[in-house]
Design a protein around this ligand. Structure first.
Ligand code: SF4
Length: 67
């Protein structure tokens, strides 16, 4: 899985950070998302999917890689 975030769409609510704090952080200035790990480990997949589902701005795109 590869993660792409669109900081232009992000509204800074932080739901992604609460769902997957090892993967997402927030900018100290405006609260927009900071992607810590674009290629998360397999055991973080469920939390990352939850973060993408919760994002109110649809700013998180998940690219599934071929096995
Ligand atoms: S949940 Fe979406 S809108 Fe909220 S901080 Fe994360 S990326 Fe931005």
């Amino acid at each position: 899985m590869h993660i792409v975030v669109d900081t232009d769409r992000c509204v800074g609510g932080g739901q992604c950070v609460m769902a997957a704090p090892e993967i997402f952080d927030q900018n100290d200035d405006d609260g927009t998302v900071v992607l810590l790990r674009a290629d998360p480990p397999p055991d973080a997949s469920a939390a990352v999917r939850e973060a993408a589902r919760l994002c109110p701005a649809l700013a998180i795109t998940l690219v599934e890689e071929e096995q």
